[in-house]
Design a protein around this ligand. Structure first.
Ligand SMILES: *Cc1c(COP(=O)(O)O)cnc(C)c1O
Length: 411
């Protein structure tokens, strides 16, 4: 355990970890199920195009999520693009800027213009009131993001969408196995999309899904996903290749069979962090509502610089020097990133809560194979740095050899 500020790797100490700890090391699920499915796939020589593994996974996921239709895709970005096409969205969509860039890129790739909406300070999710104020005659949809898996205010957003005859979508990439008012995320709005990227709690290496209770929309998306062919193989119009391969579906079945264990492990990791970081003034772990049901996949801390004595970026540099690769998700917000930054420029100041939260939060290593033995020293480094923040600050300002690690927002 490090005892003094010079023990910190940023100031020349030995890094706490010889191997890098990543924010979301992939879960493995059941190796046996995965290898068995892959073996069967090889025997069948059926590798994609609605193969039996993909069909089995679609059925199992629809049941698990309590939604009528689950349409698997090659990734979450494609799932969102397919929904935009399937609903024939036009013009503008209203979307939060405090999210992964794909939430904005997918509709933009479909020719839609993202109009950025500020977020609610308590939930970090799209602020319904601010959203309604942005609606114009060009608006066709609202896209909420259940950030860190915490549900959007679906009731108020549904009321707004109804009042203005808009479509309502949710980016549920973070929210697998999360709930809201007794229902699982997946069946809200016109449709929700999931990402099953390797870094997500439930994953298929690369993959995603559209979930919806709308029969016609699900059918349309199935056709769009398969180049525009209908089930009889007749070409009906412009489509794309958005299918999930059998190998990815095998990974999904291997993970879904273990989902209760994966959720338990995530919650345990979260609780170890919660214990280890409790009582540090100005450092607040984002809280999840157990009554709603949560996956505890993201361990997010909010840094109040005035009380902590160090900035989020200074803490990030301290952690990264120890090979603790914490991230500044989703700094600086989509509205301040290319290609959207040029369009908003001065206008960007109307997202004050987004700007503030994006500069305050830090996402810590969690996910598959993180252990108590790894989490405890991470918490101890926070305690040491914050208890000695005066010394850290003065060493940072006097020590020109210290390199503040750059912060980027890539998964
Ligand atoms: C991961 C993620 C996506 C993108 O999903 P891919 O499967 O990587 O295309 C979209 N939105 C959010 C909020 C994400 O975290």
């Amino acid at each position: 355990m490090k005892k003094t500020v010079p023990d910190l790797a940023l100031f020349g100490g030995v890094p706490a970890f010889s191997q890098s700890l990543h924010v979301n090391r992939p879960n493995l699920g059941s190796r046996e199920v995965f290898l068995q499915c892959i073996g069967e796939m090889l025997d069948r020589r059926w590798f994609t195009n609605d193969g039996p593994l993909a069909v089995e996974l679609e059925t199992a996921l629809a049941e698990y999520l309590g939604v009528k239709h689950c349409v698997l895709t090659c990734n979450g970005t494609m799932a969102l693009q397919l929904v935009c096409r399937g609903l024939d969205l036009q013009g503008e969509i209203i979307v939060p800027a405090f999210t992964f860039i794909a939430t904005a890129h997918a509709p933009s790739w479909q020719g839609l213009k993202p109009v950025y909406c500020d977020i609610d300070r308590e939930t970090s999710n799209i602020d319904p009131e601010a959203c309604e104020a942005l609606i114009t005659e060009r608006t066709s949809a609202i896209i909420g993001v259940h950030l860190w898996g915490r549900p959007c205010d679906t009731e108020r957003l549904e009321a707004i969408a109804r009042r203005h005859s808009l479509h309502l979508l949710f980016d549920a990439a973070h929210a697998f196995a999360c709930g809201h008012r007794g229902r699982k995320i997946g069946g809200f709005g016109d449709a929700e999309i999931f990402s099953f990227h390797a870094t997500k709690l439930f994953h298929t290496m690369e993959g995603g899904a559209v979930t919806t209770n709308n029969d016609a929309l699900a059918e349309r998306i199935r056709r769009l996903r398969n180049f525009g062919f209908n089930p009889q193989g007749v070409m009906e119009g412009l489509g794309v290749n958005g299918k999930m391969s059998e190998a990815s579906a095998a990974m999904g079945l291997a993970n879904l069979g273990m989902i209760d264990r994966l959720l338990r492990e995530a919650k345990t990791n979260y609780q170890i962090y919660q214990d280890g970081l409790s009582g540090i003034p100005g450092l607040n772990l984002i809280i999840y509502d157990d009554a709603e049901g949560h996956n505890h996949h993201y361990v997010v801390v909010d840094i109040d610089e005035d009380r902590v004595g160090l900035s989020r970026d200074q803490l990030l540099a301290i952690l990264r020097a120890e090979n603790i690769l914490a991230r500044d998700y989703f700094y600086p917000g989509c509205h301040r990133m290319a290609p959207y930054d040029s369009a908003v420029q001065g206008d960007a100041s109307r997202l004050p809560v987004t700007d503030e939260l994006a500069s305050r939060v830090l996402v810590l290593p969690a996910g598959g194979a993180m252990s108590r033995e790894q989490i405890k020293p991470i918490c101890a480094i926070f305690r040491l740095a914050i208890a000695q923040s005066h010394t850290v600050r003065s060493m940072l300002s006097s020590n020109s050899g210290v390199v503040m690690d750059g912060c980027s927002s890539v998964i």
